[in-house]
Design a protein around this ligand. Structure first.
Ligand SMILES: [Mg+2]
Length: 170
């Protein structure tokens, strides 16, 4: 687990999809914790640090919305992106009302996914560290024209620096 990578919890019951996407995200500097059930996601989030979660909507047992609610209850700063198949858009919209950051339709393009994960992580860093959007954008200015990956890296630096400051203040 690399310290400067973003910690992503990835939950999907389609194991082939889960495995191939996890590999691609790992190659793009994410620490990916992948599990195939909502119940396992709750456990994984208790044992590992999670910055952002990516959750499939339709799963046997706990579905995406139930998983989302349970995770949010235990980890209020966690931002969650819901993955949905064709024809489940209405339920995905319900998820945003239950606290999901956003939703994406499967199969999704990797660049599009990175863009959404970047926005979700940005929101987490802002909320957790009480940084307002204008200030946040200013802090990201040098990275603004860069790729989502560069911005994600910069966000992680900001987040880690705040953790450090928080620790020495106490
Ligand atoms: Mg599914």
């Amino acid at each position: 687990m690399k310290k400067n990578n973003i910690n992503l919890l990835f939950v999907d019951d389609e194991e082939q999809f889960l495995e191939s996407m996890s590999k691609r995200l790992t190659a793009r500097e994410f620490n990916v914790f992948s599990v195939n059930r909502g119940e396992k996601a709750i456990e994984a989030a208790r044992k590992n640090p999670v910055d952002v979660a990516l959750i499939d909507l339709k799963m046997p047992g706990m579905d995406g919305e139930e998983t989302l609610k349970a995770l949010k209850k235990e980890h209020p700063w966690m931002e969650i992106v819901i993955l949905t198949g064709h024809g489940s858009i209405d339920s995905a919209v319900d998820c945003t009302q239950s606290g999901a950051h956003s939703y994406l339709q499967k199969p999704c393009d990797l660049e599009q996914l990175l863009e959404v994960l970047k926005e979700a992580y940005k929101k987490r860093v802002m909320n957790k560290n009480k940084i307002e959007e204008t200030k946040m954008n200013e802090m990201l200015k040098i990275a603004q024209s860069n790729s989502p990956r560069e911005i994600l890296r910069r966000l992680k630096e900001i987040d880690s620096a705040s953790d450090y400051m928080y620790n020495i203040n106490y």
